[in-house]
Design a protein around this ligand. Structure first.
Ligand code: OGA
Ligand code: MN
Length: 292
C-alpha cells in the first residue's frame, strides 16, 4: 500500500546452496509494496525464503500468497474431492488422523524429490507452506537448487539434453499414490501428463534451470523407453551427486516459500506417532517459462 511505513526487514542467507530467512515482518499485517518487492527480490535471489514466528489463519495465508499472483486450486485429495470445499485453494498436508479419517494429504509418507504440479501445462510458480504443528524431531523438508544443477552439468550432458522435452506424470502424487481416476499402468506415449523442456529460462531472473519434475514415470519425449530411462538416470545421478541442498527443520509458525521453477523438494518418512500439520497454497504462473 503506498504510503505505508516500510518494515525493518532483514534478509539472512542460510549459507547453504539456497534459502534465506526474512526477519522483521509480520505477514498477518498488510504488506506495503516496497516491502513486498524486497521479499520478492530476496525470493528470486535465494529461491526459498523462510519467515519464522508467524501467526496466520487461512485468510491471512491466502491474502499474503495472493501478493505473488492468482492462486491455483489445490490438487484434490482422496476420492477426487477438495480437502475443504470452502477453501479450495488450501492444501492440508497432515499426518493427523481424526476419527479414523486423515486430516490432510500425504500422511507419514516419504516424498521423492519433486517440483509441485508439473503435470499441469502451467505449473505453479510458487508454493507457500505454513507449519502449524510440527514434530520435535524428524519431518524436515529438503530443498534443491536447480540453477546450480544446470550450471554444473558436464558439457557432454548439457549438449545432449539441449532442446529435449520431458513428460511429467499426472497419475501419481509425490508419495507414489495413484490419483483418483487414473489407471495403474500406462505406456510412456499414453501416460497423462504435461510436456516441458528439460531446461527452462526463469522469467524473473533470466537464469537457466533444469526442469525435471520427479523421476518416477518421467519420459524424454520421443526416445525409446530404455534410452529415456538411461538419460534420466544420468541426469538424476548428476543432481544427487552435486548435493545443492538446504534442509528446513520446521518450527511451528514457519512460513516457507519456494520458487517451483528452479527448486526441488523432498522429505523422509515421518516418525510414527508424530503430529505434523501444515497448510499450503500454490501461486499460478502467468505463462509457461521459456525453453532455454
Ligand atoms: C508439499 C510438499 C513437503 C513436506 O507440500 O508440496 O511436498 O515436507 N511438502 O511436507
Ligand atoms: Mn511438494
Amino acid at each position: 500500500m503506498p504510503g505505508m511505513a516500510a518494515a525493518d526487514i532483514r534478509v539472512v542467507p542460510t549459507g547453504g546452496a539456497l534459502g534465506a530467512d526474512i526477519v522483521g515482518i509480520d505477514l498477518a499485517q498488510d504488506i506495503g509494496d516496497a516491502d513486498f518487492h524486497r521479499i520478492e527480490d530476496a525470493w528470486h535471489e535465494h529461491l526459498v525464503v523462510r519467515f519464522r514466528g508467524q501467526t496466520l489463519d487461512d485468510d491471512a495465508l491466502a491474502a499474503f500468497s495472493r501478493r505473488f499472483g492468482e492462486l491455483d486450486m489445490a490438487p484434490t485429495g482422496r476420492g477426487g474431492k477438495p480437502f475443504n470445499p470452502d477453501r479450495p485453494e488450501i492444501v492440508v498436508v497432515s499426518n493427523i488422523v481424526v476419527d479414523g479419517k486423515p486430516a490432510g494429504a500425504l500422511g507419514n509418507s516419504e516424498l521423492v524429490w519433486h517440483q509441485d504440479m508439473t503435470y499441469n501445462d502451467i505449473p505453479p510458480k510458487a508454493s507457500l507452506l505454513y507449519g502449524i504443528e510440527v514434530p520435535e524431531a524428524g519431518g524436515a523438508t529438503q530443498f534443491y537448487n536447480l540453477y546450480k544443477a544446470y550450471d554444473a552439468l558436464p558439457d557432454a550432458l548439457r549438449q545432449r539434453i539441449e532442446g529435449l522435452t520431458c513428460k511429467h506424470d499426472a497419475t501419481r502424487s509425490s508419495d507414489g499414490r495413484l490419483r483418483h481416476g487414473y489407471e495403474e499402468e500406462y505406456s510412456n506415449e499414453d501416460r497423462p501428463g504435461a510436456v516441458h523442456p528439460l531446461v527452462l529460462v526463469h522469467p524473473g531472473t533470466g537464469r537457466k534451470a533444469l526442469c525435471v519434475g520427479r523421476r518416477p514415470n518421467a519420459w524424454i519425449v520421443g526416445l525409446p523407453d530404455d534410452e529415456s530411462d538411461a538419460l534420466l538416470d544420468e541426469i538424476w545421478a548428476h543432481i544427487e551427486r552435486c548435493g545443492f541442498v538446504w534442509t528446513q527443520d520446521w518450527q511451528a509458525g514457519d512460513l516457507v516459500i519456494w520458487d517451483n521453477r528452479c527448486t526441488l523438494h523432498r522429505r523422509d518418512t515421518l516418525p510414527a506417532g508424530s503430529r505434523r500439520h501444515m497448510h499450503r497454497t500454490q501461486v499460478r504462473d502467468t505463462a509457461r517459462p521459456a525453453a532455454a
